[in-house]
Design a protein around this ligand. Structure first.
Ligand code: GDP
Ligand code: MG
Length: 164
């Protein structure tokens, strides 16, 4: 079967926007219990003749830092258990957060291929200086993208398919 690419990251970093930009219209929703993190959205995608399945593991908006963290740990664990490549999305406007650091630790220890994406880089000229901070997560070179403006998606997908 096709390689699985899981998208993880905090709420509002732009996971679904990026997922939709890459997937286009080939999206199907697989629901578990309504409203829980385990709801996953799948799409078939293709890049340079390589086919893969993408999963958006986004959950509901949490109302406390504790719930956020437990939800993100669960989301990261699903990705570690099921994915061939994990795409970890962060937000250049928010910078590196405590939750980002904790999830990055978890992903690093999994020894799965992880790509670190810094999203909302709508202007490379304006935001690139803020991207370098994300090296502090210790999971490699940050890949700047803008899901909303569809910038950097080709470079990201090149990195994704290198792992198949
Ligand atoms: P998710 O919760 O991680 O799935 O994030 P969403 O895809 O729902 O996006 C959260 C918010 O960020 C929405 O208001 C989006 O319009 C906005 N957003 C997503 N991607 C970008 C981007 O590349 N640039 C900017 N400026 N905003 C974005
Ligand atoms: Mg979402």
């Amino acid at each position: 079967s096709k390689p699985i690419v899981a998208i993880v990251g905090r709420p509002n970093v732009g996971k679904s926007t990026l997922f939709n930009a890459i997937a286009g219209s080939r999206i199907s929703i697989v629901k578990d219990t309504p409203g829980v993190t385990r709801d996953r959205i799948y799409a078939d995608a293709e890049w340079v003749n390589k086919n893969f399945t993408m999963i958006d593991t986004g959950g509901i908006e949490p109302d406390s830092a504790d719930i956020l963290l437990s939800q993100m740990r669960e989301q990261a664990q699903i990705a570690i258990d099921t994915a061939d490549v994990i795409v970890f999305i962060t937000d250049v406007r928010q910078g590196v957060t405590d939750a980002d650091l904790k999830v990055a630790d978890m992903l690093r220890r999994s020894h799965k291929p992880v790509l670190l994406v810094v999203n909302k880089v709508d202007s490379f000229e304006k935001f690139m200086p803020d991207v370098y901070e994300f090296y502090n997560l210790g999971i490699g070179e940050p890949i700047p993208v803008s899901g909303a403006s569809k910038l950097g998606l080709g470079d990201l997908l090149d990195e994704v398919v290198k792992n198949f």
